[in-house]
Every structure is written in C-alpha cells, then in structure tokens.
Ligand binder design. Sequence first.
Ligand code: SAH
Ligand code: SF4
Ligand code: F3S
Length: 445
Amino acid sequence: MKRYHVTTFGCQMNEHDSERMKGMLETLGYGEAPDPDDADLLLFNTCSIRESADSRFVAHLGHAKRRKRENPDVLIGVGGCWAQSVKDEVFQRFPFVDVAFGPGQIHKLAEFLTSDSLTAQGYFEFEDFPAQLPTKRAKDLHAWVQISVGCNQRCSYCIVPSTRGRESSRPFDVIVDEVRRQAADGVREITLLGQNVNAYGRDLRVGGKASPRTFAELLHAVDAVDGIERIRYTSPHPQDMKEDVILAHRDLESVCPHIHLPLQSGSSRILKAMRRTYNRERYLDRVAMIREHVPDTAITTDIIVGFPGETEEDFEQTLQVCEEVGYDGAFTFIFSPRRGTEAAGMTEGLVPHPVKVERMERLVEVVQRRAHDRAQRFVGRTIDVHVEGPSRTDPSRLRGRSPHNKVVNFTGVATPGEIVPVEILAATSQTLAGEASLLATATAR
Ligand code: SAH
Ligand code: SF4
Ligand code: F3S
C-alpha cells in the first residue's frame, strides 16, 4: 500500500482541509504514514498569513528535497495559501515539487495522482463551494464544519482574499445534513468554519433565484440537531456581528459562551487605513451589546501592532480599548507586509522594528493583566470540561476545555472526549485549574 504524510501549517481552515486531503487519499487506497520518512507522498498544506509562516514551511521543504534525492519515486505536493500566492513559481523555486494546488483545488490532487503521466502540475482556479470530499476526522468527538469559503472583505494587510477567493456559502441543508451525520457518528462538539462566518448565507441561491439565509438561522438549525452539545465558530467580523447572533448565544444551550471579535486596532484612523469597515465606536457598541445580552460570555480578539502610520497615540488607543473591554484572551501580531497587499505598498510612517517590539510587550502586559482579572469570575464555579488528554505541564493531571474556551488543568479520572464537571480552584490569564467534581452534573455551563 502507498503511504502519505501531511504536514499542516496555518489556521483551522487548513487543519480541516488536511482532513479532507487525508479522506480523499484513503479513498484512493493510500494509508497514513505517521513518520514522513516512511511516506511515498509528502504533502504540505501551507499558510502565508505572516512572514514567519512562510519561513517555517520553507525550512520543512529541505527534508522533502533530501527524500526526493534519495528516492526519486517519492512524490512531493504543496497545497494551501502559500502555494496559491506564488502559483507556478513553486516549480521554479523548488524544482523537486511534483504537484501544487490552492486551497480551493484539493480535489484536483486525486486527478493528478490517478492520471497516467505524473509530470509536474499546478492547480490554482477558484470555483464556487468546492466539491464535497470525504473527511478523515482528527478527533472522534469534535468535527470542523466548513460553512463558507473565501472572503469578500479587503483588509489592506491581509493575503487571504487573494489565496481563498471570493466568498461562497455552502447550501444550508447540506451543512445541517453533515452535522446530523457527524452527530450520528458520535460527534458532540462542532466548530463552524469560514473567514467571515457571520456573513454566511447572503449569496445563497436556489434554482437560480436569490434565497438568502442568515448565520443566526444556521446556529438555530444546528442547535436543534440531537447529540450536538457544543457549537463554536470562527471567525466572525465585527461588522456583521448582529444582535440575532448575540441572542443565539443567549437562547441556544449548545452555542458556547465565547465570541471572538477581532479588533486589529483601537484607533479609528488606523482601522480606516486597514479597511476594517468599522471604527472604534462601532466596535465598542458591539461589545456593549454582547455584555448587555450575555455578560458572562468570553470575548477574545486579534490585534496587529506596528501597522504603517501607527503613532504612539494610535497605539495608546489600542491599549485603552483593551483596558476597557477586558478581553478573556487575545492573539497579538506584529504587522508583516504580505506580497500583493495594499499595506505592503505603504511607505509613510513605517514603524521601526524595535518600536514594534516595545509596543507588543506593552500590549501583552495589558491583555494578560485584564485576562487574569476576568478569569477570576470562574473561581469557585463548577464548569463542564471537555476532556482532551493529559495536562501538558503535569502528566498526572488532565487537560480540557471549558465552554468559554479556556484551557482547564485538573485532577480526576476521565477519558478524552468525555465532558465532566470540574470545580475551579484557581485562574491565571491563560488557564484554569481545578478538580473533577463529585457532583453528578455541573451547576454552571
Ligand atoms: N478572517 C479572520 C482572520 C484570519 S487571519 C478575521 O478576519 O478575523 C488571523 C489574524 O492574523 C488576523 O485577524 C490578523 O490579526 C492577523 N493578520 C493577518 N494578516 C496579517 C499581517 N499581514 N500581519 C500581521 N498580522 C496579520
Ligand atoms: Fe483577512 Fe480581513 Fe478577510 Fe479576515 S476579514 S480574512 S483579516 S481580509
Ligand atoms: Fe494561513 Fe490561509 Fe489560514 S494564509 S491563516 S492558512 S486562510
């Protein structure tokens, strides 16, 4: 039997695309090789969101090149966003690559592998929602569910619209059917995936006629599926975070009390240059609406420091928003110019690297201090924890995730996949610590 090995970089979208690559390869009769040295087909599912993502992947390619030199029959494939962003240049830069394809062309990998001549091929078209593909799920009780592809936003720093194409929603009933099948197969937690999930459904058509649906309707339909206990989604855009979605968090038991609301910057001037389509005030209005309807819901965010033109005053406004909102967590990034994006061509007010680093340190201090404060509300509560495995720092303890998406390390006996009540005894900015409760049911979600 031929064997494959897939190395995945980047976001959840890529993790799920890799599951689909694996599912497709297994229907072609390939088996998975846990060690890349044993594989006949080496696949890389790449990311290009920041420069660090590019360099991480290029470092891995050295190993593939060596394998190919030792055994020319080994096939090397490069898929994902980096491949899409450089297209056929892949073959000039890395002549040992046999096949390259963008995120929308995973199904073409099968065409390539089953064709008679295996001469180097690249596939970079954009289609509507890509063909349905079998999936090899990484976890038994959790499933990713793709609800849309592409992004119609034009954030000036971001490479994604050019690597994933225009937004295209997957038909409503097809998604709900997939969730039903997953639930019948034992899945209890799902994560709905899209670049801008709450823009879902506007482009849907039935029989050539516009037949829009909303993201909130989808949450209701998925919540109604028996067996699904937890629903998460990523990522929403603040512009489209409407009241109906926030109310779904309040009214639907399975929708987790966590909203990721990417801020990017607290300065309206910088938000405009980023083409984020909201200003500081509108963003804070959304936060206020969340806090009004679902005050306990965790809010997390993404922030970029050092965007071209960001002054000390702009940056201080970002710090102020972080103080005011009190995020439960934040991903913080230093601006990285990406080929082909508008921001990469900006030349005014470039922020020197040491200033970016200094701002990042100040930002992390505020984010962590506020996250630490916020996390104290969990101490003394008993929370349902979805068990993932042993704790990373202390293998005698267990690790899992709370509905608020906090990592929980705890003592007790449980198997991965189980949902168990845990009494929270302590909280830091990043994790909660506790012990499995002897109570039969949790008293709080
Ligand atoms: N669609 C998602 C984001 C995907 S990228 C959304 O809009 O929320 C994840 C995060 O990477 C972004 O939110 C942004 O904070 C960061 N990011 C994207 N491009 C970047 C760049 N060029 N430099 C630094 N950070 C970037
Ligand atoms: Fe990129 Fe903006 Fe689209 Fe997110 S919404 S993927 S940051 S262009
Ligand atoms: Fe990276 Fe593409 Fe995801 S650039 S972050 S893999 S959408």
